[in-house]
Design a protein around this ligand. Structure first.
Ligand SMILES: C[C@H]1O[C@@H](n2cnc3c(N)ncnc32)[C@H](O)[C@@H]1O
Ligand SMILES: [Zn+2]
Length: 441
C-alpha cells in the first residue's frame, strides 16, 4: 500500500476508477493521460477506453466533481482566529488591515500552501483568490497541484498615487501569471469593492480585464452600509455603479451579494455576472441579510459558492459551506424548499466552474478530470437513501478520501504529500507575522 501511495503522486498517466457511485449508479471513470474524462460507463466499458496506468478501486466511494471555491483570500489562513466576533468595518480597519500591512511574500506562500492543503483535504480543486504577493500564491498553488485564479487586491482609496501603484501591481501580476503558461493558474483583476476603489480605478480595472481577456473578482453589496453609502456618494446602488464602470461582465465574480434588490439581480442576469454566495462569512460578520438566492435564480443569474478568507469563516471546507448555504437560505427567506441538496452541490461545482471558466464542472466525457472520491464507509454516508442529501447535509470535508485535479492525484487515501512541513512552515510564518506587527506598535 505504501509503495502505491508514494508512487501515485508522481505518475503522469491514464487512470481508471472502477465501480464508483455517480448519481446513484455504479460506473467506471476513465481518465486520459492529458487529464480529461474520456469514458464513463455503467457496464465496465470504460475499461476499454484507455489502458490505464493506474487503476483505483472506487467501490467504497462516491465520486463528485471537484468543488470550486469562488471567493477566498487563501493566505488569510495565517490570520485564522486572529480577530473574531467584530463588525465588518471595525474588523477590517482595526485588526485585519493593520496586520496585513506587515505581510511578506513568504507569508503569502506559506498561507496559500496551508490553504491548498486544507482545500484538497475537503475536496476543493479550484479557487478564486484575491490578495497580495499573488505571484507567491500562484507558486504555492502550482506546487500543490490544484487550480487557482489570482487577483491582486486593488485598493486605491480614491488616491491618484495609490491608483498608479495598484495599476502597476496588477499589470505585473497578470504578465507574470500569463508568462508561467500553466493551464491550472489564471490571472484576474481584483478591485476590492466600491467603498475602497474609485470609479476611475474601477473603470481602469474593467478596461484592463477586457484587454487582457481575463476575469474580474470583487466584493459587492456585502453590507447595508455599503449600499447606503454608495447611493449617497454616487446616486446609485453598487451594481449600477459597477455596470457604469464596465465591471459587470460574464467574467465577473461578485462576492457576497447580500444586499442585492430584485433589479440588481436582473442586472446581474442581463450582464451574465456571477454571484458568489459566502454564507458562513456573512453570518459570522452579521451582515444583516442573506444573498437573495431566489431572486437571482428567478432572474436567471449564475450563483456559485465560496468560503471567503479564514479570518471570517474560519475554514475552507466547501462541503460545510454547502450545508450552511442551504440552511441559511431556507431560514432567511422562510422557505423550506429553497436551495435543496442537489442545487447546493450544483452551485459548489457546476456554478463555480462556469464562473471561473474551467469546463462544465460535471463528471461527463470531455470534462477536466477534477474528481473527488467521498468515503462510503463513514457514518455520514450511511445509509445512502439519497446521495445528494448525504453530501449536502451530513458530510463535511473529513469524508473526502481521494482527490484528482486534471487527472493527477493530489490526495490519495487521505495522504497529501508534504503535509507536516506545510503545517510547520505556516505556523511559523503566522507567529512571526504577529510578532512583527506587535513590535511595530
Ligand atoms: C483583499 C482584501 O480583502 C479583505 N477582506 C477579507 N475578507 C473580507 C470581507 N468579508 N469583506 C471585505 N474585505 C475583505 C482582505 O483582508 C484583504 O485586505
Ligand atoms: Zn472577501
Amino acid at each position: 500500500m505504501r509503495e502505491i501511495i508514494d508512487d501515485i503522486f508522481d505518475i503522469e498517466g491514464s487512470v481508471l476508477i472502477t465501480g464508483v457511485l455517480v448519481g446513484g449508479k455504479q460506473v467506471d471513470i476513465a481518465i486520459s493521460e492529458a487529464g480529461t474524462i474520456v469514458g464513463i460507463d455503467e457496464k465496465n466499458g470504460a475499461r476499454d477506453a484507455v489502458e490505464a496506468e493506474i487503476v483505483v478501486d472506487g467501490s467504497e466511494s462516491i465520486a463528485i466533481p471537484g468543488l470550486v471555491n469562488t471567493h477566498t483570500h487563501a493566505a488569510m489562513t495565517l490570520l485564522r482566529g486572529y480577530a473574531d466576533d467584530m463588525p465588518l468595518q471595525d474588523w477590517l480597519t482595526q485588526k485585519i488591515w493593520p496586520l496585513e500591512a506587515h505581510l511578506t511574500g513568504d507569508d503569502v506562500y506559506w498561507g496559500t500552501k496551508l490553504a491548498c492543503l486544507e482545500m484538497i483535504r475537503s475536496g476543493t480543486t479550484a479557487f478564486n483568490d484575491m490578495y497580495f504577493f499573488m505571484d507567491r500564491a500562484a507558486e504555492a498553488t502550482d506546487e500543490m497541484g490544484i487550480r487557482g485564479t489570482f487577483a491582486h487586491g486593488f485598493i486605491d482609496l480614491s488616491m491618484e498615487e495609490k491608483r498608479e501603484a495598484e495599476i502597476k501591481a496588477t499589470e505585473t501580476l497578470v504578465s507574470h501569471i500569463k508568462g508561467l503558461g500553466n493551464p491550472r493558474l489564471t490571472a484576474a483583476v481584483g478591485p476590492h469593492a466600491v467603498y475602497t476603489v474609485s470609479p476611475d480605478g474601477l473603470s481602469w480595472c474593467a478596461g484592463y480585464a477586457k484587454e487582457q481577456d481575463i476575469g474580474i473578482h470583487i466584493h459587492v453589496s456585502e453590507t447595508e452600509k455599503e449600499v447606503v453609502d454608495c447611493v449617497a456618494q454616487y446616486g446609485k446602488r453598487p451594481p449600477a455603479l459597477l455596470d457604469e464602470c464596465g465591471c459587470l461582465t460574464p467574467r465577473t465574480v461578485a462576492a457576497h451579494c447580500c444586499w442585492l434588490d430584485e433589479a440588481d439581480c436582473r442586472l446581474f442576469a442581463e450582464r451574465g455576472a456571477h454571484a458568489s454566495h459566502n454564507p458562513a462569512s456573512n453570518m459570522k460578520l452579521a451582515v444583516g441579510r442573506a444573498m437573495p438566492y431566489h431572486h437571482l435564480k428567478d432572474a436567471g443569474a449564475n450563483v456559485c459558492l465560496g468560503t471567503d478568507g479564514c479570518a471570517s469563516n474560519n475554514n475552507l471546507d466547501m462541503l460545510e459551506e454547502m450545508k450552511i448555504a442551504a440552511l441559511l437560505q431556507k431560514f432567511s427567506w422562510n422557505t423550506q424548499t429553497l436551495l435543496p441538496a442537489g442545487e447546493a452541490i450544483g452551485i459548489a461545482t457546476a456554478g463555480g466552474a462556469r464562473a471561473l471558466g474551467i469546463g462544465p464542472g460535471t463528471l461527463t466525457v470531455g470534462a477536466p478530470a477534477d474528481i473527488v472520491l467521498i468515503d462510503r464507509r463513514k457514518a455520514c454516508t450511511t445509509p445512502l437513501h439519497n446521495t445528494d442529501s448525504n453530501l449536502a447535509y451530513a458530510c463535511n470535508g473529513s469524508a473526502v478520501h481521494t482527490v484528482l485535479c486534471s487527472g493527477r492525484f493530489v490526495m490519495y487515501d487521505r495522504v497529501v504529500p508534504g503535509e507536516a512541513a506545510i503545517l510547520k512552515g505556516a505556523a511559523q510564518a503566522a507567529a512571526a507575522l504577529v510578532q512583527r506587527a506587535e513590535e511595530a506598535e
